[in-house]
Design a protein around this ligand. Sequence first.
Ligand SMILES: C[S@@+](CC[C@H](N)C(=O)[O-])C[C@H]1O[C@@H](n2cnc3c(N)ncnc32)[C@H](O)[C@@H]1O
Length: 242
Amino acid sequence: MNQTNFEWTPEFWQGWRESSNPYRQYKSERDRHLVIELLELCTHDRVLEVGCGYGWISQALWDAANIEWTGVDLSAEMVGRLRAAYPRRGDRTLLADARRLPFRDGEFDKVLCTGVLMHIGENKLAVRELLRVLRPGGRLLCSINNALSPFSIPVRLWNWRKKGFVQKFQLPRSFRRLLRDEGLLLGGTAGDGIIATVPLSIGRFHFPPVSISSSVCKRDEWVANRFPWLAYELWFRGLKAA
Ligand SMILES: C[S@@+](CC[C@H](N)C(=O)[O-])C[C@H]1O[C@@H](n2cnc3c(N)ncnc32)[C@H](O)[C@@H]1O
């Protein structure tokens, strides 16, 4: 089922999430804020985080509310790192594929899948699974890479030399249709940065220069809030139809 020979490792992803590049720091913090704002956690919510990685977003979820969290990831190394770093959460962290989740129908109140669907070739299967394990009336929050972003073409060209690395860019309209067809009553859409995405994607080059990064990020926030459909990563949220 796994169509890629690219291996996600905690070293790679932690290096990205906690990089010294101010544009990446901005994106990583903004992702945490967006997830917390959009997921609307309540005490004792049963929350499933699919593709939890080494736990960057998970930590924000644990801090935000007293929830019953479960995390899954396809990478044994990611799961191992999360279990080692947070032993209390260890038995709630499983090795599993988003396209075949080891849970009963309707087992969760909230399902989160951020930064993952763009790395799965057949993500329709994953979307179906995310909705299957969500209870009727429960909330789904998931993200894709946006084909309308000005950076989708340069990033695809950049990725071309990375063998086996999957990074899909999808049209918001067709992803929305998929979510609706699978039974989601769509709520809002939110986007991450737009201008700061260039140095994010082509990590080694700092363009615009680091010296003006804080004002670039401030403007980026302003633009992203007004024109989410131009964003690089787009979040969709909604409630599962009863
Ligand atoms: C870009 S990282 C995002 C990690 C985390 N969600 C975050 O935002 O920091 C992508 C993660 O998705 C996981 N992943 C990729 N394909 C998967 C699949 N089919 N099922 C579950 N996890 C998958 C990878 O192992 C990796 O940890």
